[in-house]
Design a binder for this molecule. Structure first.
Ligand code: BV8
Ligand code: ZN
Length: 252
């Protein structure tokens, strides 16, 4: 049951807030049927994300890594944004200073109508040249394309001859500077920071709500479970994102 008194307090703070920042994780897409990373459904063929979402795994077996991303594309392609995604899109449309930061690569925020989404870890529907010649394009596996992407044993090839890789940030890889700068500025400049559906274990993303705490913002955790962020949160809304966010937004 959502803590009504906490929700009431948060509504008051959101009404007075000049700048609001929201950071989401896999938990907001769970009710759209997209497996989370740590949930029981997070494994693919006994591989965990940290096994496959690494440059080494791609160097070792690019075909296997692409199979995993295509499996995820299949699930995400069939998924629909849920009431949690839509509530954030509505919150954005009614809040001047609003930043939406996501760790998710599924693009469901954009499909729910959110704009200027800060995709910290990239997007599964894009591919880029593994050699870094600068090519970034729609990932194969999307809707039928004009010109088919050349492939070498089911691994798409860049026009420079190198392999294409998913345009996501793998473990051990740096995030895009412009992206992390935008996110840090949003965390340090907000009055209210909502952390939704994240286990707060993967850095530097997990450091953002802590930056907001240090900057004096009210940090709110929306999660079905405790996380390392819970002790630092001013308000904890223990519940499903697709239930908590619509009831919050509808009271504003
Ligand atoms: C880097 C894209 C350096 C790919 C991803 C400091 C301390 C310790 C370790 C590190 C550190 N700094 C860096 C590291 C290493 C590492 C890291 O953090 N490791 C962790 C495992 C300890 N970080 C990195 O490697 C980063 N890079 O540091 O580079 C560098 C610097 C300069 C130069 C060179 C190198 C890169 C990290 C990004 C990796 N890429 N994704 C892909 O998706 O394929 S991370 C991926 O996993 C996701 O994007 C996300 O970030 C993370 C999963 O976390 P969540 O999204 O939170 O999901 P999770 O399943 O864990 O939890 C779901 C939560 O939702 C749970 O709490 C659950 O209770 C809740 N929930 C479930 N259902 C619901 C719900 N809540 C509400 N409603 C529901 N219905
Ligand atoms: Zn190339």
């Amino acid at each position: 049951m959502i803590d009504d008194q906490a929700l009431h307090h948060l509504v008051g703070r959101l009404r007075r807030a000049r700048v609001v920042a929201v950071m989401t994780g896999a938990g907001i897409s769970a009710e759209s049927g997209v497996p989370t990373f740590r949930g029981a459904d997070g494994l693919w063929r006994h591989y965990s994300a940290t096994d496959l979402a690494t440059p080494d795994a791609f160097a070792r077996d690019p075909g296997l890594v692409w199979q995993w991303y295509r499996w995820r594309q299949g699930i995400i392609g069939r998924a629909q944004p849920n009431p949690g995604h839509f509530a954030l899109a509505r919150l954005q449309s009614r809040t001047t200073g609003f930043s939406l930061i996501t760790q998710n690569v599924d693009g469901l925020h954009q499909r729910a109508g959110s704009a200027n989404v800060i995709e910290l870890h990239g997007n599964i529907w894009r591919a880029r040249c593994a050699r870094g010649c600068g090519v970034v394009q729609d990932a194969p596996g999307q809707a039928p394309r004009e010109e088919p992407v050349a492939e070498r044993d089911a691994v798409p090839v860049c026009r420079c001859g190198a392999l294409l890789r998913p345009d996501v940030v793998w473990f051990g890889e740096a995030l895009d500077d412009a992206c992390i700068d935008l996110a840090v500025r949003a965390a340090e400049g907000c009055d209210v920071f909502l952390a939704v559906g994240t286990s707060a274990l993967v850095y530097p993303a997990a450091g953002l709500p802590l930056l907001a705490v240090k900057a004096g913002a009210l940090v709110v955790e929306v999660n079905v479970d405790d996380t390392p962020l819970t002790p630092h949160a001013g308000i904890v809304l223990r519940g499903k994102a697709a239930e908590v966010l619509p009831s919050l937004e509808s009271r504003l």
